[in-house]
Ligand binder design. Structure first.
Ligand SMILES: [Zn+2]
Length: 298
C-alpha cells in the first residue's frame, strides 16, 4: 500500500526516526491493553475494571510494575509479591504489537489511514491470540470490526482521499464511474465481505455435507466479513490464500510430529487468516504486482 506514502518528516518537521520511536512505544502500550482483552474477553469479563492482578496471588499490579516490556524485564518475569512466573505471552504480545505498529507506520505512512490500519491490526492480533488459546473468535470483536470497516469505506471517500482502497481501481468497481464514490466504495466493501466470509461459509457447508464434520467455525466467517469489507475482494482472496498456505504448512508440521496421527484435529484457522490479513494489508498490493509482472504474459 506504499502508493500513498506521506512522510512523517514532511508533515511534522520532525525526523522520521522520532515517528518510529513514538509508534513503537505506542504499539507496546496498545499491546499491553490487548493482553487484557485476550485474557478477559473470552471469559466475558470487563476489560476496564478491575485493575490487572497477579493470577496467582491476586495482588493488584502497581502502575510502575505495569510498564509494557520494561516491567517484565525488570521483574525478570516474576510477580513482585509472590515470585510466581508471569507468562512470557505478556511481553511477547507487547513486543509483537510494537513491531507490527512500526511496520504499519513504515508501509502506510503518516496519514488519515494510519489510525484505521492500526485499529485493524490491533483487533486482528487480539483475535489471533484468543483463537490460539480458546479456539473462538468472539463476536464482541468481529462485529464491531465489521461495522468499523463499513464506516471507514463510506466516510473516507466522502471526506478524505480515496486512494486507500485499492479495489476501487480494479474490476468491477472501476466500471462504476457514474455512481458516487462512497457508494462504489461501500459496494466494494460488501463484495469483499462476501468473497471473504461467503467463500469460507460455502467451503464449510460443502465440507459438512460431504464429511459430516464441522470444518469451519462461524467465527472465521465473521472475521473474514470484516477483513473483506476493509481490504476489498482481491486482497481478501490473497488473505485466504496466505492463510490456507501457512495453515497447511504448519498443519503438516504439527501432524508429522504427532505420534498418533490425528487428521481431524481442529486447527484454529483464525490464526492463519489473521496473519494473512495483516500481510495482505501491508504488502498485498506489492505481492500482486510482483506476481503479475513475473508470471503473467504482457
Ligand atoms: Zn503474585
Amino acid at each position: 500500500m506504499q502508493l500513498f506514502l506521506s512522510s512523517f518528516e514532511t508533515v511534522t518537521g520532525l525526523p522520521d526516526f522520532i515517528g518510529y520511536i513514538f509508534v513503537f512505544i505506542f504499539g507496546a502500550i496498545v499491546g499491553s491493553f490487548l493482553n487484557v482483552v485476550i485474557h478477559r474477553v473470552p471469559n466475558e469479563e470487563s476489560i476496564i475494571f478491575p485493575n490487572s492482578a497477579c493470577p496467582n496471588c491476586k495482588n493488584s499490579i502497581k502502575p510502575y510494575d505495569n510498564i509494557p516490556l520494561l516491567s517484565w524485564l525488570v521483574l525478570r518475569g516474576k510477580c513482585r509479591n509472590c515470585k510466581s512466573a508471569i507468562s512470557p505471552r505478556y511481553p511477547a504480545v507487547e513486543l509483537l504489537t510494537a513491531i507490527i505498529f512500526t511496520v504499519v507506520f513504515w508501509q502506510i505512512g503518516f496519514n488519515a489511514f494510519l489510525p484505521v490500519a492500526l485499529i485493524f491490526v490491533a483487533s486482528i492480533v487480539s483475535l489471533i491470540f484468543i483463537d490460539a488459546e480458546n479456539m473462538i473468535l468472539p463476536n464482541v470483536i468481529t462485529y464491531p470490526l465489521l461495522v468499523f470497516a463499513l464506516f471507514v469505506r463510506v466516510l473516507f471517500p466522502l471526506f478524505l482521499e480515496n486512494a486507500y482502497f485499492t479495489d476501487l481501481n480494479i474490476y468491477p468497481l472501476n466500471r462504476m464511474e457514474d455512481y458516487p464514490l462512497w457508494l462504489v466504495s461501500l459496494i466494494g466493501a460488501i463484495l469483499g465481505a462476501l468473497v471473504g466470509g461467503g467463500s469460507l461459509w460455502l467451503v464449510g457447508e460443502i465440507w459438512k455435507r460431504l464429511r459430516g464434520v464441522e470444518a469451519m467455525g462461524l467465527g472465521d466467517v465473521k472475521m473474514m466479513f470484516a477483513v473483506g469489507a476493509l481490504l476489498g475482494w482481491r486482497l481478501t482472496l490473497l488473505t485466504i490464500f496466505l492463510g490456507a498456505f501457512t495453515g497447511a504448512v504448519i498443519g503438516i508440521v504439527v501432524i508429522s510430529r504427532q505420534k498418533e496421527k490425528d487428521f481431524q484435529a481442529q486447527i484454529p484457522f483464525g490464526i492463519f487468516l489473521g496473519i494473512g490479513s495483516i500481510i495482505s494489508l501491508l504488502l498485498g498490493e506489492q505481492m500482486i504486482h510482483w506476481y503479475t509482472e513475473t508470471f503473467l504474459p504482457k
